[in-house]
Design a protein around this ligand. Structure first.
Ligand code: NI
Ligand code: MN
Length: 227
C-alpha cells in the first residue's frame, strides 16, 4: 500500500479501494506548504484526538469531500456532527468492521481537548487490519504498557506509525521500546520538527533505531512510502 506523509502527524493512504487521511493539519503547518490540500480526495477521515494539530483541516477536507466519513471517538464525532459532518463514533477497546477492513480504537496516554475548549474524549490510536495487512497509527501518546496488548488482540503488525518528537509525546528512545511492545519491526516516525520543542536530530534518531535492528523511516513532507 502507498502512504503519503503530509507533515506532522498527517498521513494519506490508499487501502483496498478506499482513500484515507489521518489527523489533517496542513494549512497551519509551514513545513507542509507544498501540499495542495484542496486536491485531496478521501473516503474516510481518521482523527486520533481533538488537538488543533490533528483536526485543524478536518472542516476543509470534509467540505471538499462531502461523502467522506469521520472515524474517531464518540466525543469528537459528536462535536463535528453538530457542524453537520457525518462520522462513525468509537471508544477505547472497541473494534468495528467497515467496508474496507477492521479498525480498533486503542489507548493513548495524552490529552484531547477540542479547539473551542470542548471535551474531546480520551485520546486514542488506531489499529487497522484486513486479511492481508495490519498496521498501527499510535496518535499522540506516551509509551504505555497498553501497547503490549496490541499483539495479543490484533493480527501481527506489518508496520506502525509512532510519534518520535518528544516533549508532547514519547521521544524516540521510548518509540524504540514501543516497537518491542507492539512486536513490530517496521516503524515510521511522525510528530517531529513541526514546532521548536519537537525538533529532532534525524541522524541520532535513525542510528538509535538502526542499533536495535529496527527498520525505521523518518519521512519527508510529501514523501510517498511504499509499504
Ligand atoms: Ni495532541
Ligand atoms: Mn499533537
Amino acid at each position: 500500500m502507498l502512504v503519503k506523509f503530509l507533515g506532522h502527524a498527517c498521513f494519506y493512504f490508499e487501502w483496498k479501494d478506499k482513500k484515507f487521511i489521518v489527523d489533517p493539519f496542513i494549512t497551519p503547518n509551514s513545513l507542509a506548504s507544498e501540499i495542495a490540500i484542496d486536491s485531496i480526495r478521501v473516503d474516510y477521515i481518521l482523527i486520533t484526538h481533538g488537538h488543533e494539530d490533528h483536526v485543524a483541516d478536518v472542516d476543509r477536507i470534509a467540505k471538499n469531500n462531502p461523502d467522506a466519513r469521520l472515524i474517531s471517538n464518540f466525543e469528537i464525532i459528536s462535536w463535528f456532527g453538530q457542524k453537520g459532518m457525518k462520522g462513525h463514533p468509537m471508544n477505547h477497546g472497541g473494534k468495528y468492521t467497515f467496508d474496507f477492513g477492521t479498525i480498533k480504537y486503542v489507548s493513548a496516554v495524552h490529552s484531547s481537548v477540542l479547539p473551542d475548549g470542548s471535551y474531546g474524549g480520551n485520546p486514542g490510536g488506531f489499529v487497522l487490519w484486513d486479511e492481508n495487512t495490519s498496521f498501527y497509527i499510535a496518535g499522540d501518546t506516551a509509551l504505555t504498557q497498553d501497547m503490549k496488548l496490541i499483539p495479543r488482540l490484533c493480527p501481527a503488525l506489518d508496520f506502525a506509525i509512532l510519534p518520535v518528537g518528544d516533549n508532547f509525546t514519547m521521544g524516540y528512545e521510548e518509540a524504540i521500546l514501543a516497537a518491542d511492545f507492539i512486536g513490530c519491526e517496521k516503524i515510521i516516525g511522525c510528530h517531529f520538527d513541526t514546532f521548536p520543542p519537537i525538533k529532532i536530530n534525524h541522524d541520532d534518531v535513525k542510528s538509535a533505531f538502526a542499533e536495535k535492528n529496527i527498520d525505521f523511516h523518518l519521512p519527508e513532507v510529501g514523501e510517498i512510502i511504499e509499504l
